[in-house]
Write a protein that binds this ligand. Structure first.
Ligand code: URA
Length: 205
C-alpha cells in the first residue's frame, strides 16, 4: 500500500486522500486517478465491482460508464435506490492495455488485487454495511475465496465476517451477452439484486 495506515483511517474522506496517493502496485502509473467508493457512509448495502473502467477512470467515480447504466436499470428494477448504496470496487485503479488510442480493460491480477485489498477492507470497516453484493467473479472471489463459482452460488445468501453477502453477475456480463439472450441475463441480475433487497428489508429496513 501507499501508506501503512489503511487500518487506522477513521473516515471515508481520509480514505479518499490516502488512496489517491497509492503506489502499492503499478496501476497508478497509467491511470488518470484512483476511484474509491461513493455513497452514504452509513449505507446498509455495499455493492462491490471489479475495478474502474475507462469512463470511471476519467470521471473519478465508480459505475458511471456502460456497465453502470446496466447496473442502474437493474437496481431500479429490483427496487433499490442507487443513492442509498455504497458502490465500490476491489481494485481502485483502471487496469488496461493501450491499443492505439484505445484503452482496453484487462482483469486485475492477483498481486494487484492483494495490493489494493487494505483499501476495500477499510471501506468495509468504515461503512459496516448489513448486506454486501458482490458483482462478478473478481469481487466474489476476493471475499469468498478463489474456489467460489458465481455460476453455482449466485443469488445465495452467504456470510462474510458477520455480514450477509450475495454474489451475482457483473453488469458488464449483460453487455457481453448476444442480443437474443441479453434480457434473460439481465433478469437474472435483477433476481439476485432482489435477494439483496429482501435481506435489507428483513434486516430492519
Ligand atoms: N466495472 C466495475 O467493476 N466497476 C466500475 O466501477 C465500472 C465498471
Amino acid at each position: 500500500m501507499g501508506t501503512a495506515t489503511a487500518a487506522d483511517l477513521t473516515d471515508l474522506d481520509e480514505l479518499r486522500r490516502a488512496v489517491s496517493r497509492c503506489t502499492a502496485c503499478d496501476l497508478y502509473r497509467d491511470a488518470e486517478q484512483a476511484v474509491v467508493g461513493t455513497g452514504p457512509p452509513s449505507a446498509r448495502l455495499m455493492l462491490i465491482g471489479e475495478q474502474p473502467g475507462d469512463r470511471e477512470d476519467r470521471e473519478g467515480a465508480p459505475f458511471v460508464g456502460p456497465a453502470g447504466r446496466v447496473l442502474d436499470r437493474a437496481l431500479a428494477a429490483a427496487g433499490i435506490r442507487r443513492e442509498d448504496v455504497y458502490l465500490t470496487n476491489v481494485v481502485k485503479h483502471f487496469a488496461h492495455e493501450q491499443r492505439g488510442k484505445r484503452r482496453i480493460h484487462r482483469k486485475p491480477n492477483a498481486a494487484e488485487i492483494r495490493a489494493c485489498r487494505p483499501w476495500l477492507d477499510a471501506e468495509l470497516r468504515l461503512v459496516r454495511p448489513d448486506v454486501i453484493g458482490l458483482l462478478g467473479a473478481t469481487a466474489a472471489q476476493a471475499l469468498l475465496g478463489r474456489s467460489f463459482r458465481i455460476t453455482e452460488q449466485r443469488g445465495e445468501v452467504l456470510e462474510w465476517e458477520g455480514h450477509e453477502a450475495v454474489a451475482t453477475l457483473h453488469p458488464s456480463a449483460v453487455l457481453r451477452t448476444p442480443k437474443e439472450r441479453r434480457d434473460e441475463v439481465f433478469d437474472g441480475l435483477v433476481a439476485d439484486l432482489r435477494v439483496l433487497a429482501h435481506r435489507l428489508a428483513g434486516a430492519g429496513g
